[in-house]
Design a protein around this ligand. Structure first.
Ligand SMILES: *[C@@H]1O[C@H](CO)[C@@H](O)[C@H](O)[C@H]1NC(C)=O
Ligand SMILES: *[C@@H]1O[C@H](CO)[C@@H](O)[C@H](O)[C@H]1NC(C)=O
Length: 317
């Protein structure tokens, strides 16, 4: 009898450990190319099925012609307070994690399309090996050298990121498409200051007094749509906001990102660049914008005067 009970307890224990190991080894498995790449995320691991089957996935190509002006969209607000945290090489991307315990204030995203308050927990960087590849979203077919994604979770409804990412209205991601220029964004310089310290997977460096707000380009124009995480498990819980002006980074900054590797120091050096999920179909979703295409004084001229298109030439403030 005694023996029997402990055998059962033992079995449950093994089952739990096995489960935990399975999900963490899947987390180590996925990549951005080949047989562990985006085409296979949803096929290889049952819990990520929505990566293959989902119809509200991200990223997408923003088509200027199909944008819908929505006068109800408010100004987007990200708190100006500074935070401390860690810039980390996750093996998949470069992520800045806010250290909530040492930061003086919680940074919230509010306004824009959001009815809830979203607490900023991390910033993800995606980047390419060449200047016309690297952003996940594209505008009118045009890709940018990098995309900076500021993630917040719905703190009105949920207690943390992992609960929110699988729940309705769980996440907000404010996305900045980056361009290379002689003078880069000052806060971005602060973020990447010790990037040489995170060349390999698992490396992290401390970043102090970062203003996430000052990464934002000087515009209140944005596009917004409902989509998903752009990495496994691709949960369709994300409201995306894509700012309608680029964030500028210097040639040195993009080069330093291109030097980051995606694996451990003792392994072969595989560059992290091109950590980009390909765009997927919009599938009848509406992309709304607060850019009013009607020109005042010109009657009903609905010409689509999209700033981002102008930015391709150059529209630096
Ligand atoms: C962000 O919202 C939380 C409540 O969710 C609040 O405690 C905090 O003070 C807000 N942060 C700022 C900078 O106002
Ligand atoms: C997140 O919150 C849920 C629900 O409160 C809790 O069960 C879970 O342990 C939390 N996860 C982390 C990583 O803190």
């Amino acid at each position: 009898m005694h023996y029997c009970r402990s055998a059962v307890v033992g079995l449950q224990y093994i089952f739990l450990v096995h489960n935990a190991m399975a999900s963490s080894s899947w987390w180590g498995w996925w990549t951005y190319e080949g047989i562990s790449g985006p085409d296979y995320w949803g096929l290889a691991y049952r819990e990520w099925y929505i990566c293959s089957k989902g119809k509200h996935q991200s990223p997408i190509n923003i088509e200027p012609k199909t944008l819908l002006f929505d006068p109800n969209l408010k100004h987007i607000h990200i708190d100006k307070h500074r935070v401390h945290g860690y810039l980390t090489n996750t093996g998949h991307d470069v992520t800045f994690y806010v250290d909530q315990s040492s930061s003086p204030k919680i940074i919230n995203i509010t306004g824009g399309p959001f009815s809830y308050t979203y607490r900023v927990t991390e910033i993800h960087l995606h980047f390419g090996s060449i200047d016309n590849w690297g952003s996940e979203h594209s505008v009118d077919g045009y890709k940018y050298p990098a995309e900076i994604q500021i993630l917040g979770y719905n703190s009105d409804l949920y207690s943390n990121m992992s609960e929110a990412e699988t729940s309705p209205a769980g996440l907000a991601i404010v996305s900045l498409l980056a361009k290379v220029d002689r003078t880069g964004n000052k806060e971005f310089e602060k973020l990447l200051k010790d990037i040489r310290g995170i060349t390999y997977k698992g490396d992290k460096v401390k970043v102090s007094h970062l203003s996430i707000h000052e990464l934002l380009p000087p515009t209140q124009s944005f596009m917004t749509y409902d989509g998903s995480l752009t990495w496994p498990g691709c949960y369709e819980t994300v409201t995306w906001v894509i700012m309608n002006k680029p964030m500028y980074m210097t040639r040195d900054q993009i080069s330093s990102l291109r030097d980051v590797k995606s694996n451990l120091k003792e392994k072969a050096k595989v560059p992290m660049v091109d950590n980009v999920r390909p765009t997927v179909s919009q599938n009848h979703r509406v992309v709304r914008t607060n850019i009013n295409f009607a020109q005042p004084g010109k009657g009903c001229n609905m010409e689509r005067n999209l700033k981002f298109k102008a930015n391709i030439v150059d529209n630096k403030p």
